[in-house]
Design a protein around this ligand. Structure first.
Ligand code: NAG
Ligand code: NAG
Ligand code: NAG
Length: 478
């Protein structure tokens, strides 16, 4: 019988750090079940597809969105993960029957929970695919009881459980990137749960603002009052290569309320830029796999916020390899405030023709700009420049490992210096801990977390007390 697990791993912090590390091979390797690396496992035969994780602020409680169920797990204990509450949330037999009559596989017709976000101090907002008819509901975070009348989930959650999405709630509003139709070919970035003058917004869909994207993540930067979305998509500006994938960062302003005539109920502040994870004169690692935000150190400017991403390559020369690149918020901001490419509406080809700037695309507060300015914004949303990585170089490259997930932390070591530590999961079930030193990235530890190769769906890191970290994963068997 297949088991689906949630694992929690306690590892010590920077215990092996020394300045003379030089190689990208792990300094210490821990096989499964090593006494020094305490692995706690939660298994339940009736819980599966535990893809969506939400950690409480204190890191004591882990909410898990699974197939047809929502769980609250107490993860505050060192030796055990304790199930506190479990609620079923499944479509009716009739819903499932309709789903399968429409030609979908029975196995894909349950409700796969794909959005799990804190709405306020007492409630979580959850959305699931619900037999290819997505729904959302308010969940009491103590009891997990759900609202009686669920919301329609269109535009908030994918229909197809294999499609990736991203969602974030800020000030009670839900910002999402997902496909908004049954067939899966209408991608949209939108805002929901807005009230009063703050109307729900979405992308204008007359021009291809998104080109077959795979959504990876979204991040709220309070000082900017902006939400950034990370995804990969087909790079139409490269018309010389068939289906060239590019990685993107896009932005929207929270203050946006759409235009008055042009761009009514549509974003006036959407802009996108290429994220380039590439060393000079080499092929780019063009496909973003995961990204995490590292807030600035205490006292530093918000512009020093960093985004660490894992990238793989579309080309066979680099297949099986992955790279980590970091991007600085100030670089992203300067690309968004620079020049934009011009889209020829007849041929849908991009060019970099110099044009008179009628408005500044990506600028916040354009909602009562003139129609002329908004038309300009509507057609100029792709930046001319790409965002280059910090130091114009790769943070780390692995020739042997294909990394799929990462989290990043700034950690104070015993010598009271700050270090940036990356936790990277490999596709073959290893956790790598890498510390970034001036001399480069050094993998200081490797822990085998699964006996066999396992596709891992999510990774969360919580730091319950000084000098201990716990990485929590959710995984599904092959
Ligand atoms: C949180 O939101 C829910 C749903 O709108 C509402 O019923 C509840 O009263 C809110 N709780 C708080 C603490 O604001
Ligand atoms: C759910 O888990 C099963 C068993 O691991 C897997 O075959 C299936 O692809 C998963 N479904 C989704 C939508 O991820
Ligand atoms: C924009 O519109 C709002 C209300 O619609 C108004 O209060 C504000 O003065 C306007 N700003 C400008 C610069 O016209």
């Amino acid at each position: 019988m297949k088991t689906h697990s949630l694992l929690s791993l306690t590892v010590t912090l920077l215990g092996f750090l020394s300045q003379c590390l030089t190689r990208l091979t792990p300094r210490v390797s821990f096989p499964m079940g090593s006494p020094g690396r305490h692995l706690t496992r939660f298994n339940s035969h009736d819980v599966s597809n535990t893809t969506t994780l939400l950690l409480s602020e204190g890191g004591d409680m882990l909410y898990v969105g699974a197939r047809d169920a929502l769980l609250a797990l107490d993860v505050s204990h060192k030796d055990a993960i304790i199930l506190k509450t479990k609620r079923d949330w499944s479509p009716s037999d009739k819903d499932v029957e309709q789903c399968s009559m429409k030609g979908k596989k029975m196995a894909d017709c349950p409700n796969f929970i794909r959005v799990l976000q804190y709405l306020n101090a007492s409630h979580i907002y959850a959305c699931g695919t619900f037999a290819f008819s997505p729904r959302c509901t308010y969940v009491d975070s103590e009891t997990l009881s759900m609202s009686i009348n669920p919301d329609e989930g269109r535009g908030r959650c994918p229909y197809d459980p294999y499609q990736r999405n991203t969602a974030i709630i800020v000030d009670g509003e839900l910002y999402t990137g997902t496909v908004a139709d049954y067939r899966g070919n209408r991608p949209v970035i939108s805002r929901h749960l807005s009230e009063g003058r703050r109307v729900d917004l979405k992308l204008d869909d007359t021009l291809g603002w998104l080109e077959d994207p795979t959504f990876i993540s979204s991040s709220f930067i309070p000082d900017e009052e902006k939400i950034y979305f990370f995804f990969s998509e087909v790079g139409r500006e490269y018309d010389f290569i068939n289906k060239f994938i590019v990685s993107r960062v896009s932005q929207i302003c929270m203050s946006d309320i759409g235009g008055q005539r042009t761009l009514q109920r549509r974003w006036t502040t959407f802009a996108k830029a290429q994220l380039l994870c590439q060393a000079d004169n080499e092929l780019p690692y063009n496909v973003i796999q995961d990204i995490d935000t590292l807030p600035p150190a205490k006292g530093a400017s918000a512009d020093d916020t960093l985004f660490y991403g894992i990238f793989t390559s579309q080309w066979s020369v680099n297949s099986g390899q992955s790279a980590v690149c970091s991007f600085r918020l100030s670089d992203i901001k300067s690309v968004f405030s620079g020049n934009y490419k011009v889209l020829n509406r007849d041929t849908l080809q991009w060019s970099t023709r110099v044009q008179e700037k009628v408005a500044n695309p990506g600028e916040c507060g354009l909602h009562n700009a003139s129609d002329n300015a908004l038309r300009f914004v509507k057609e100029n949303f792709l930046t001319d420049d790409s965002v280059r990585p910090v130091g114009r170089s790769l943070t780390m490259v692995s020739a042997e490992h294909k990394y799929s997930h990462l989290t990043v932390q700034r950690i104070q070591a015993a010598n009271s210096r700050d270090y940036t530590v990356l936790f990277l999961l490999t596709e073959s079930g290893y956790l790598h801990k890498a510390v970034l030193l001036p001399s480069g990235a050094h993998i200081i530890e490797e822990v085998k977390v699964f006996a066999q190769t396992q596709p891992i769906k999510s990774l969360k890191l919580s730091i319950p007390k000084v000098n201990t970290e716990r990485a929590i994963y959710s995984m599904c068997p092959v």
